[in-house]
Design a protein around this ligand. Sequence first.
Ligand code: ADP
Length: 221
Amino acid sequence: QAPGSDDSILVIGLGRFGAATAEALTKIGREVMAVEKNAELVQAWSTKLTHVVEADATNLDALRQVGAADFTTAVVGIGTSIEASVLATANLVDLGIDQVWAKAISVSHGKILRRIGAEHVLYPESEAGARVARLVSSRMLDYIEFDDGHFAVVKMRPPKEIQGFTLAESKIRATYGVTVVGVKSPGRDFTYADPETRINSNDMLIVAGHVELLGRFSSRP
Ligand code: ADP
């Protein structure tokens, strides 16, 4: 498959974030073309990724020459240099790439990226920090928040007070304001939760609800 064809993705900058993104994309079977200005990094990654080219993404002509305009999705992993991140992002937008995901290192950086046309802004460090804070301080084992930040789905162990009872008996929704979507007992298949589902201490729950209520529910002993 040629770079720039339908489902291939352009990754700019093979720092820690860009490289991890490119590697994960490759693992899930997506074609990746990476653009990096540092020759040593290009060399190091050329055996692990399908297409790695040495070019300066702040230079519009250089991006044109490597065929960047053929992509519909690009990820800008440049962070430390805000100037380079902004110029590279602006270039990708100017080349008509529809889905530009750009990494920001601060809120103002993110604002600029949005303003110059990045469709998605990522804050990997502050997002990872917020996530770790939730995971270490509660029963949550995994956490997915929706865009508006009000609603989430979590994977968690059941609080003591609901262990041994059915969902109907512990009146989960009325008492805690959260909805148990599914339950997985060790060695058994995942099942969708219904009022008769009995929760055991070693079960894993998938729970949906407002972030604040989930926070309270998952912090119970
Ligand atoms: P991280 O924190 O994820 O490692 P960095 O900002 O330190 O992110 O890394 C950015 C990467 O992008 C570096 O490998 C750097 O060489 C590369 N890079 C920076 N500017 C450009 C540019 N103009 N064109 C291409 N690659 C660039």
